[in-house]
Design a protein. Structure first.
Length: 566
């Protein structure tokens, strides 16, 4: 993390540019309440001429700085603050000279050059002189502080008050070689990818505390120790837990493969990390004093948990408590995938169909093959084979659940192909209609979809008809009695989420209407086909292996772990 010097690119795009007549608007009165940031503004002479002269430019700037003051005032988080332009001048030549020029009577200088040269200075905030540089490449400031412009200027201004770029701590799930865990920074104006306009607690407190004076020295509030205590979900301390800590370098987005700390919790369930955010001199780059994030792996009884400790949390703790020790408790969830698993079918041999208390209600021409992804066997489908699993009461009646399996296709057509379904069935595999509320997974050559019969579903783009093994997980998580979120993961990554899809209609009503029979409570899981009255959903052609059913909606961390068990 660069605590001494920042150059942050400002992507102020989409401005409307026009020319103006001279404007004799007088300067507004300087505010007398709150924190007042005085501003010196320099604009290149060619831009001033194109905009209609100095008076016109002054008028635009007065208006825009009022808008900037309103931007901070409307959030409700900040102490009262104002931006007041009390020095305006025109310059010729390089922006670099202006950025480096001292303005001892103003808090911030703002250099605007609409005729920037390629070899001139980059846009951004220059902390050494509290200077903001903006190259417009155009000829007007009429929308300089429109919403997009305000957001980026506020971002740069906040850096000058000590705030940090939160997105620099982000870690995509594919950039974590230790475990498939991602980190996404909090929604904040200091997360440059965020557009909500909200602010995080750390940034607000740093800006409010610094006022127009010196920015808070982050080194003075960064704890030198992190004391980590491990407890179980009941709050009982756990001794002898193995701890490994892996750092994330500032802006790299990648968890380093070698730990900076390894240890074991003591009898009080505690371990102390000494200066964990400091970058060792052996790998330190210029201006890189601190890691942006820490990834922690804990292990006991062959159960592993993982979590992040971003530097923003440690700084906020130091700012609030003023101490150099960050006391952090972590609740160790000793739940495993095995604890959540209802049943598993490896298909290594025929006896596996009766494992774990679930049974095959109907089999139709089941063909076993040694062409397996997991273990020694799998099930081959050519459009004629069907498997129906019954007694799946653990995931019936509006309960959360997940289904995981490996598959590869042997056909490549544009029609929808169905290869697993959860629904009612008539008991007759030759007359098994598609009923409202049933759930089925289908795919084509370009997409996948998890369809809830006539009620909703989840759709996403994915290529799975390429004849190679793919891992699919579908999860159902109820948000109310009659609605659920449906998510699909292909090869460990989420490809679709359907929010509030209706998946639990009045099943009994539909069942009785379609079959003339009394309602029943249990759905069955069908593998290899969907139904007999929907020509659009062709039976599956290919191989299916290692079907697992879980009694919870697995999150992306569990899904990625399943994928990595291949």
């Amino acid at each position: 993390m660069k605590l001494k010097y920042y150059i942050i690119a400002l992507l102020l795009l989409g401005f409307s540019w026009s020319c103006s007549e001279d404007d004799d608007t007088y300067a507004p009165e300087k505010p007398t309440t709150g924190t007042v940031f005085t501003v010196a503004v320099g604009v290149d002479s060619e831009t001033v001429t194109a905009l209609g002269g100095e008076d016109a430019v002054r008028a635009m700037l007065y208006t825009n700085y009022d808008l900037l003051s309103d931007y901070f005032g409307k959030s409700g988080d900040f102490n009262e603050m104002h931006f007041y332009m009390d020095d305006f001048y025109v310059f010729d030549g390089s922006s670099k000279e202006q950025v480096e020029q001292a303005h001892p009577n103003q808090d911030i200088s703002f250099i605007i050059n609409g005729n920037i040269k390629d070899d001139d200075i980059a846009d951004g905030f220059y902390r050494s002189n509290n200077a903001v540089h903006l190259s417009t490449q155009t000829c007007s400031m009429s929308s300089l502080f429109a919403q997009s412009g305000l957001s980026y200027f506020a971002y740069a201004m906040a850096l000058g008050r000590g705030a940090i770029d939160l997105s620099a701590a982000d870690v995509p799930i594919t950039n974590n070689p230790i475990a498939g865990r991602e980190y996404v920074a909090a929604a904040s104006a200091m997360n440059i990818a965020n557009t909500t306009g909200s602010w995080d607690d750390l940034s607000v407190k740093l800006i409010n505390r610094s006022g127009t004076g010196q920015a808070v020295d982050l080194a003075s509030i960064l704890p030198t120790n992190v004391d980590l205590t491990i407890k179980n979900l009941a709050g009982v301390i756990i001794p002898d837990v193995n701890i490994s800590v892996y750092p994330i370098r500032w802006g790299s987005g990648t968890v380093m493969s070698e730990p900076i700390f390894e240890g074991i919790t003591d009898s009080n369930g505690k371990v102390s990390l000494d200066n964990p955010y400091s970058v060792p001199s052996s790998i330190k780059n210029e201006n890189e004093d601190y890691f942006s994030n820490l990834f922690v792996k804990i292990e006991k009884f062959n159960v592993e948990n993982y979590f992040f400790i971003p530097i923003s949390d440690a700084l906020l703790n130091g700012l609030d408590d003023g101490g150099m020790v960050y006391d952090l408790d972590y609740m160790f969830d000793l739940t495993t995938l095995e604890d959540m698993r209802v049943t598993r079918f490896t298909f290594d041999d025929e006896s596996d169909l009766m494992s774990n208390g679930a049974e095959i209600g109907v089999t139709s021409n089941v063909v076993y093959t040694s062409d397996a992804k997991i273990g020694s066997g799998a099930v081959q489908f050519d459009g004629a084979q069907h498997l129906i699993l019954d007694k799946m009461t653990e995931v019936n009646g509006g309960k959360d659940y997940s289904v995981s399996y490996w598959f590869k296709t042997s056909t490549n057509n544009d029609s929808e192909n169905a290869f697993w379904t959860m629904s009612r069935w008539t008991g007759d595999i030759t007359n098994d209609p598609w009923l409202p509320g049933g759930l089925t997974f289908r795919f084509t050559t370009s997409d996948v979809n998890y369809d809830v019969g006539w009620e909703g579903g989840s759709w996403g783009d994915a290529l799975v008809t390429d004849g190679i093994w793919h891992h699919l997980v579908t999860t159902v998580e109820y948000t109310s009695e009659d609605h659920a979120d449906i998510s699909m993961f292909i090869d460990g990554l989420k490809v679709a989420t359907g929010n509030n899809s209706i998946i639990k209609p009045t099943w009994g009503q539909y069942w009785e209407e379609w079959t003339g029979q009394a309602p029943v409570d249990d759905f069955v899981i069908k593998i290899g086909y969907s139904n007999t009255n929907d020509d659009a959903a062709l039976p599956f052609n290919g191989v299916i292996d290692d079907v697992q059913v879980f009694n919870q909606a697995l999150d992306n961390n569990w899904v990625f772990e399943l994928y990595n068990q291949q």
